[in-house]
Design a protein around this ligand. Structure first.
Ligand SMILES: [Zn+2]
Length: 80
């Protein structure tokens, strides 16, 4: 498991499945996976080294989600 080859199966985070899934390596740069394709949904993306999304976005996304949930709870309406 020291060398990576095209078609190798690696674990990576799929943003479509929002899960760590098996990915097939479709592009290599210096023996490091560059692009991978999810074996579950066939979504092709940059190899994320098994990390979930980007560091900066994760916090923003969380607050966005929180606001979304809040809006649902309040219904975005003003009480009468
Ligand atoms: Zn997927």
């Amino acid at each position: 498991m020291t060398e990576n080859r095209l078609g190798d199966i690696v674990d990576d985070y799929c943003s479509k499945c929002t899960l760590l899934t098996n990915h097939a390596v479709v592009a290599l740069v210096d023996d490091i996976p560059e692009r991978v394709r999810c074996r579950t949904c066939y979504y092709e993306h940059k190899y994320r080294h098994g990390k979930m999304g980007t560091k900066k976005r994760s916090s923003n996304k969380k607050s966005d989600l929180f606001n979304e949930v809040l809006a649902k709870i309040t219904g975005g309406e003003v009480y009468t």
